[in-house]
Ligand binder design. Structure first.
Ligand SMILES: [Mg+2]
Ligand SMILES: [Zn+2]
Length: 216
């Protein structure tokens, strides 16, 4: 029987070449403060929701800043081909992110991908440059992530489907372990190796297209 796939794809460092969240919150916030928070989150001192709340308090930006900023951000050179490939082969695909819609959406729009299904946290602007952060998926997750990617993989994947997770970092772990097939690079690859979790190392979306060409 033909295998049916459902694909879950991280944004920062995976679809976007840069870890955009890091750049946004060091550029429009305070770099030292941000990296300290990230380190403490990695150590499990607080959940990602708390990390975002604390950083939002000391950051200053608005939607115009992020629109301008979006023009400077590049995507994986094969992401566009991958989106076409998924459409041509009816492979459902989601962008799952523990980052913020306010920078993800302008970047995707700028590259012609405004219609992708994005599941992320929400960042809005209370007039001026003050930030408001919301976490619509927090209660549904593991309690450590702000938007737990594992929840989306579990919820969306039907029993006869094969879930595929593509990611690069620590916030991908919950999503990856719920998936049937993991594509991993950078920190996610390191963690998978440390924990003896089966995964396929990759460099760009070209590797993933190649996999599906051989396995559809
Ligand atoms: Mg990432
Ligand atoms: Zn989680």
């Amino acid at each position: 029987m033909k295998r049916k796939y459902r694909i879950f794809c991280d944004f920062d460092g995976t679809v976007a070449l840069n870890d955009v969240g890091n750049i946004v919150f060091t550029k429009f916030g305070n770099a030292e403060h941000w990296w300290k928070l990230v380190e403490e989150w990695r150590q499990g001192k607080f959940d990602a929701r708390e990390m975002w709340r604390r950083q939002a308090k000391i950051s200053s930006m608005n939607s115009e800043d992020l629109k301008k900023f979006a023009k400077t951000q590049k995507l994986d050179p094969f992401f566009s081909s991958f989106v076409d490939f998924c459409r041509d082969h009816d492979l459902p695909m989601y962008i799952v992110s523990d980052g913020m819609d306010a920078y993800i959406k302008p970047i995707l729009e700028r590259h012609g991908f405004s219609d992708l299904d994005v599941r992320s946290n929400r960042l809005s602007f209370n007039g001026g440059n003050r930030l408001k952060v919301d976490f619509p998926y927090y209660e549904l997750g593991c309690g450590s992530c702000a938007n737990c990617k594992g929840y989306h993989v579990k919820r969306e994947t039907k029993t006869d489907e094969v879930s595929v997770y593509i990611g690069d970092g620590y916030s991908d772990i919950c999503g990856a372990v719920e998936a049937d097939i993991i594509f991993a690079k950078k920190d996610l690859l390191t963690v998978c190796r440390e924990k003896s979790i089966d995964c396929i190392p990759y460099q760009t979306f070209q590797d993933i297209i190649r996999f599906f060409r051989q396995n559809l």
